[in-house]
Design a protein around this ligand. Structure first.
Ligand SMILES: Cc1cc2nc3c(=O)[nH]c(=O)nc-3n(C[C@H](O)[C@H](O)[C@H](O)COP(=O)(O)O)c2cc1C
Length: 153
């Protein structure tokens, strides 16, 4: 049986979102799942349909996603919109200065993956600047496990 492929795609200006991506990936390691972590800036969009599940992360910039992530979102809809990714499991995460603004960023990610792609979005997570690494790591690990359950269904 070939293992399911999961893509964790992120952009990170100062490393916080990247840490989340790695912690989520760590929690998802299992024999039945093949996890790839990619920087959105270097990602080749033509590889997107190869993944059964996509987890998208962005820092919150101006209550929104970073443009590097928006670029990938737009390209994904241009190339693979119209239901090509429909029904696949999606996840979202952000690192933000404030929880309120982080929620706005998550909403943008959810609209892209849930509404435009018709993917099955598992409610995302927010890291807020100043939180302890331990707390964030725990949240990321729990989220990774939650995604795993949904993917393995
Ligand atoms: C250009 C810029 C804009 C930002 N805008 C917001 C914002 O609107 N709301 C907020 O809560 N945090 C904002 N922040 C703070 C970042 O979201 C926060 O520091 C985050 O942890 C950065 O993640 P990163 O290390 O992955 O880049 C901004 C940071 C930068 C550099």
């Amino acid at each position: 049986m070939s293992s399911k492929k999961v893509l964790i795609l992120y952009y990170s200006g100062s490393g916080n979102t990247k840490k989340m991506a790695k912690a989520i990936a760590e929690a998802m390691k299992s024999s039945a799942i093949n996890v790839t972590v990619e920087d959105a800036v270097k990602f080749d969009i033509s590889l997107l349909p190869n993944y059964e599940s996509i987890v998208l992360g962005s820092p919150t910039y101006f209550s929104n996603v970073a443009w590097q992530v928006k670029k990938v979102i737009d390209e994904s809809i241009v190339h693979y919109g119209g239901g090509k990714l429909k029904g696949r499991v999606a996840g979202t995460f952000t690192s933000a200065g404030t929880k309120r603004d982080g929620k706005d960023c998550l909403k943008m990610l959810e609209v892209a993956l849930g509404f435009h792609h018709g993917m099955k979005v598992v409610q995302g997570i927010i890291r807020v600047d100043g939180e302890s690494d331990k707390d964030v790591e725990k949240r990321c690990q729990e989220y990774g496990k939650k995604l795993l359950k949904e993917i393995e269904k």
